[in-house]
Design a protein around this ligand. Structure first.
Ligand SMILES: [Zn+2]
Length: 114
């Protein structure tokens, strides 16, 4: 199941807003294929997101909604969109071969972001 399917529709829309408002401060790829990102919350708090696109259930965030729970919150969604859009750009630029699972995820996100 793709990460975006595990999030509530509210988290997806809020995450998209966060992404569009550039609330994703940083997003660093790790050697194991996961990402570590930071997102500014709506009261100025900074939340730390661990994003695992391959195993979405292993993703987490230290905000009150997601911390210690298997919940895909809007911060995780925002970081995943940041990753998806930069990976989509790289795909277009370099024609890099990605797994079909990844493309199945990126294409709907790219369409949603217009
Ligand atoms: Zn969160």
């Amino acid at each position: 199941m793709a990460l975006i399917d595990m999030a509530s529709s509210k988290s997806v829309w809020r995450g998209m807003e966060y992404y569009k408002q550039n609330k994703v401060n940083s997003c660093e790829p790790k050697a194991d294929g996961t990402y570590e990102g930071t997102v500014t919350g709506n009261v100025g708090d900074v939340y730390h997101v661990h994003l695992d696109m391959e195993h979405p259930k292993k993703s987490n965030c230290d905000c009150p909604m997601a911390n210690g729970r298997k919940v895909i919150c809007k911060h995780i969604v925002a970081v995943s969109m940041h990753v998806a859009s930069s990976e989509a750009d790289r795909f277009k630029n370099e024609k890099t071969i990605y797994g079909s699972a990844f493309l199945n995820y990126v294409q709907p996100v790219t369409i949603l972001l217009g």
